[in-house]
Design a protein around this ligand. Structure first.
Ligand code: FAD
Ligand code: SIN
Length: 519
């Protein structure tokens, strides 16, 4: 079946939804999303959204913190754009109905996280993302021009390649005409033609064995763009969150927000001793790459599986008020945070790289924008400052929407696009082959391309992934496309890109820590 939308949005997290609301007056908008409409990394964001808010803070300070965290590999112009425009965009989230916590004096309760020199994180208890997602979905559902298609999985974007033309990474004028979308309830593949398409597919967490990301995070958008010969960058900068709850068997991992450390919690080894003083003068509130590496090092030296986060000295009422979700989770596992320390371990959390975009969120493919975690704007450089990603998403969703409104009237639908060709792919693959390959990818990435890397480990990862890649491409060519088959293909592609970019970067910087280049 063929459908037409002026704007096609792939993904219903903060990036997709906030862009949708801004372009909805210009025409018919489709949002396709592969799970329930609210399922996204956004929904699980805990700490909050960073913005210059209080007079004791300043644009310059936030810029400086972002640049320092990014190990000077940030694009300074992007950093200035995000920080300068961010406060206005956060005000819009509030106007759309997002409730951020206030103090008893009625001002916003601003939290602090690692790498921030000021209190500037607006939050809703420890479930900020849930609150933002709720507010945005409620607005989207009221808009007559927006249709949300949940349980619809985007397989590939449509370009000249699908019209039978040869498209290589050197082709100058690649254009996006929409996407092939699998309805995962009927298993039918629709052709959705669009004048403008937005990629807002979020993160890649499930390339790794341990991650804070929900299962939707399989890097689909980045893989789709890469396959379509679009440009992707900075994939080596994979952020591990220092403190996910150590609870073997729980997958994805439950996050223990960094804001808890901003509230006074302290990292300790299992013998109750503080260790961050050995690594950084900012102690438990040093930027994430430093804290994650310090924990990794302690675990390796001591041969242990976790370190502790000590909250026992924090005032009970204030803690429960600020972190009810974490308190309830810990209590459900028999960990009373005022009696016992919380066991924590680093887990893959966020990808700094992604689809290369310009200052208006335009990708290298014509009529294709990318916003949010799947995009690389240059804001994060070699390491993201905590709570800057929700901010980046709203700033670039706005910029993408402004440009969309200008270009849309001059774009037509490409009418010659063929429907999905399923010929020769009638074979349904056994699930066990797919899940086993996925596990192998995750093991390779976690063991060889994690927090600490080396040339030998990267080479090993590359060789092993290549075998899985070849096996899987053969399988893909003759198998009925399902969401699982498509996701596996994308995970392999993302793993390949991370390794390739990591091998190319001959230095130790930010999140890319190579023992070979360690000064
Ligand atoms: P997402 O919110 O992940 O949305 C992606 C959407 O795309 C989903 O709807 C998904 O189903 C859909 N999708 C993906 N692939 C396809 C496909 N092939 N077809 C159709 N649909 C598809 N950042 C902060 O700034 N502050 C925080 O406090 C914070 N806390 C975090 C806590 C956790 C546990 C996690 C995991 C992340 C946190 N982050 C935080 C990071 C932040 O939440 C994300 O970077 C951000 O929400 C990404 O938004 P997004 O819209 O780009 O993607
Ligand atoms: C957290 O709450 O610790 C996560 C914040 C972020 O990833 O930005």
């Amino acid at each position: 079946m063929q459908e037409k939308a002026d704007v096609l949005i792939i993904g219903s997290g903060i990036a997709g939804l906030s862009y949708a609301l801004k372009v909805a007056e210009t025409g018919k908008v489709y949002i396709v999303t592969k799970s329930n409409e609210d399922e996204s990394n956004t929904k699980y964001a805990q700490g909050g959204i960073a913005a210059v808010w209080h007079e004791s803070d300043s644009i310059e300070k936030h810029i400086e913190d972002t640049l320092i965290a990014g190990a000077n590999l940030c694009d300074p112009e992007t950093v200035r754009i995000v920080v300068t425009e961010g406060t206005e965009r956060v005000k819009e989230l509030i106007e759309l109905g997002t409730n951020f916590d206030k103090t008893q004096q009625g001002t916003y309760d601003l939290a602090k996280e690692g790498g921030h020199s000021a209190h500037r994180i607006l939050h809703h208890k420890d479930i900020t993302g849930y609150e933002i997602e709720r507010a945005l979905i409620s607005q989207v559902s009221k808009h007559k021009n927006i249709t949300v298609l949940d349980h619809h999985y985007a397989i590939d974007i449509i370009t000249q390649h699908h019209l039978g033309q040869v498209v290589t990474s050197h082709t100058e004028d690649i254009k996006c005409f929409g996407a092939y979308i699998l309805n995962t309830k009927t298993q039918k593949i629709d052709t959705v033609l669009a004048k403008v398409t937005l990629m807002a597919t979020g993160g890649i967490g499930h390339v790794y064995a341990t991650t804070t990301n929900p299962t939707i995070a399989t890097g689909d958008g980045i893989a789709m763009v890469y396959r379509a010969k679009g440009r992707v960058r900075d994939m080596e900068f994979v952020q591990f969150h220092p403190t996910s709850l150590y609870n073997p068997g729980e997958h994805p991992s439950f996050l223990i927000t960094e804001a808890i450390r901003g509230f006074g919690a302290v990292l300790k080894t299992t013998d109750g001793k503080e260790f961050m003083q050995k690594y950084d003068e900012r102690l438990s509130l040093a930027p994430r790459d430093i804290v994650a590496r310090a924990i990794d090092n302690e675990l390796k030296m001591r041969g242990e599986d976790f370190v502790y986060l000590d909250c026992r000295h924090i005032e009970r009422k204030a803690f429960i008020e600020h972190f009810p979700n974490i308190y309830n989770k810990c209590m459900s596992l028999g960990i009373d945070p005022f009696v016992k320390m919380i066991p924590v371990v680093p887990a893959m959390h966020y990808l700094c790289g992604g689809i290369l975009v310009d200052k208006q969120a335009r990708s290298s493919i014509g009529n294709l924008f990318a916003v949010g975690e799947c995009a690389c704007t240059g804001l994060h450089g070699a390491n993201r400052l905590a709570s800057n990603s929700l901010l980046e998403a709203v700033v670039f969703a706005h910029r993408a929407a402004e440009t969309t409104k200008i270009i849309l009237p001059d774009i037509g639908f490409e009418e010659k696009v063929p429907n999905w060709n399923a010929e020769g792919t009638e074979h349904a693959e056994e699930m066990v082959l797919i899940t086993q390959s996925q596990r192998e990818v995750q093991q390779i990435m976690s063991n060889y391309v994690g927090i600490v890397r080396s040339e030998l480990r990267l080479k090993r990862a590359f060789d092993r992934l290549e075998i899985i890649y070849k096996e899987n491409e053969a399988l893909y060519d003759e198998t009925t496309v399902t969401q699982k088959v498509g996701e596996l293909r994308n995970l392999i592609c993302i793993g390949y890109l991370i390794i390739k970019h990591a091998i190319r970067r001959k230095e130790s910087v930010g999140l890319h820590y190579m023992v070979n280049y360690n000064k």
